[in-house]
Ligand binder design. Sequence first.
Ligand code: SER
Length: 342
Amino acid sequence: MPMRKPAILITGASGEVGQALIEHLAAAGDSRLLSMDLQPLPARLVGMSTHVQGDLLDTHLLARLVSEYEVDVIYHLAALLSTRSEVTPELAHEVNVEGTLGLLRLAAEQTQWRNRAIRFIFPSSIAVYGMPDRESKHLYARVREFEWNQPRTMYGCNKLYCEMLGCYYSRHYRQLAAQQPATIDFRCVRFPGLLSALTVPSGGTSDYGPEMIHAAARGEPYACFVRAEARIPFMAMPDAVSALLRLASVPRSSLSRQVYNVTAFSLSAAQIRARVLAAFPDAQIEFVPDVKREAIVDSWPADLDDTAARMDWGWAPAYDWDRAFDESLLPTVRARYQHPNS
Ligand code: SER
């Protein structure tokens, strides 16, 4: 039998986090990358990874991939985000839950077959939390992993359940077998809203943050769909990538849990607007709340307690809001719209 090629598999590779992760892993250069998405990779990433354009729900495609590649690590990033998922909740369930289940099963089978744990890295979200009202959100400002797990969105339900499935597959899968087989190594981070200069998000509910910045850089007016005081935590994309990589790299023995909050800074929409206006004094940003989308943002905590990640695997964001805006978002977003083809 021909040797299979060792690889890191990245699903949702053409999405925001996927693009940033591929760039980083390709620059590090020590592993073969296998990427998957319904969409092609953007031109600037072509050649950095072997890209398979296809559907995560296509079990034949997945079987073909594992017959050709020996996948050691999976970054499972493919998902429909929260606003998009409210428009087509059943499709969201199919992609977000069944897609994840299929991949967990594949990872479990490969783990058993090789008797070596595949590492399964899963980004979850602030959307797994559901604060019942604004007063609770104000009172319980920094939420820990086990608190307020009553999501309001299909996306939040999907992510919370997939976290549980990941833990199940890594701890209890085939628990009644005479000899329990080797199980996968599942690790998960719950991200706050992500701010990326290179990509504009689509279908999320934290999108007002990045949209405000991108619209100002393009010289377009922006109607922010939450009120000025609405607040959630955010993180710059380079930190999101480093959280995934760091969590993937630490020994299993140093992890006291499998699901970790990570965050960088908590901002109101007014604070984002003020910073954008300081950089783009002509920007026209007004608040025109969409009460339904705003209610989703209101159900997400004002901040996350990421003490466990800091203690167990030395998590610390490199970018606070000043540095994220001045050193990452602003120069990159300016260059992007001044030289749109670069
Ligand atoms: N950024 C995501 C969304 O808005 C939350 O994880 O859907």
